[in-house]
Design a protein around this ligand. Sequence first.
Ligand code: FAD
Length: 243
Amino acid sequence: MDFRLTEEQDALVRMVREFADREVRPVAAENDRKARFPADLVRRMGELGLMGIEVDVEYGGSGLDPVSYVLAMEEISAACASTGVIMSVNNSLVCDPLVKFASEEQKKRFLVPLASGEKLGCFMLSEPEAGTDAAAQRTTAVRDGDHYVVNGTKNWITNGPQADYGILFTMTDKSKAHKGITAFIVDMNAPGVRRGPKDDKLGIRASHSCQVFFEEHRVPVEQRLGEEGQGFKIAMATLDCGR
Ligand SMILES: Cc1cc2nc3c(=O)[nH]c(=O)nc-3n(C[C@H](O)[C@H](O)[C@H](O)COP(=O)(O)OP(=O)(O)OC[C@H]3O[C@@H](n4cnc5c(N)ncnc54)[C@H](O)[C@@H]3O)c2cc1C
């Protein structure tokens, strides 16, 4: 078996390492101390094609392979763990489920801006009473005509304070337990979506997380990701890939 990097992977490592050395590492300690979100670096990572590394070029990404994604993550994270986390959530927890489960129309509307770095995404699965046991979702989505009405609280949402769009997991049929979970793509600035203050963390402080509250939030049916009841499968497939 040949474990050497391809020429393309080698060139990517050199490009990302140079960017990390020149722009990320010099501000990492201060950003961490001040818990300052590196907005400029996130914008630069978008310009360099690092926010949707494995997403096809036609959907705003770089069209590279999983090894390239890991190599780029290593370089960024070695310079600044926070910047690595911000990048990793957008790539693996947001773009990846959209690549696998979104409709063509959803890809054009949400994946293109997220993968190109024009917009930032978050992944909203955890709740105050649903951490390791992700199937214990209490956030509900009740169908009302061509919308669902969402109520509930999500916890520890990385990129939550800054995100434009989020992948949201809800319970649409409690009687079916984990088979009653349904996923949505949510506009984080829509009415009925409220973000709490950023969490005060002990480390990786430049990557922000917060609680997100859904209060009678109306999400259109066309923003449902996959079918009703497919949410748990989408969540687990996404986390497998992220891990
Ligand atoms: C910095 C940070 C960022 C995060 N970002 C996100 C995010 O972007 N999106 C998101 O959805 N979530 C996010 N999370 C939430 C994270 O996924 C949860 O913290 C995690 O799932 C664990 O849940 P919990 O904290 O409720 O711990 P618990 O589920 O209460 O677990 C506490 C401890 O008990 C152990 N445990 C639990 N159940 C069992 C069992 N049955 N048997 C044996 N041991 C058990 C666990 O291993 C753990 O050690 C984030 C968390 C942190 C700290």
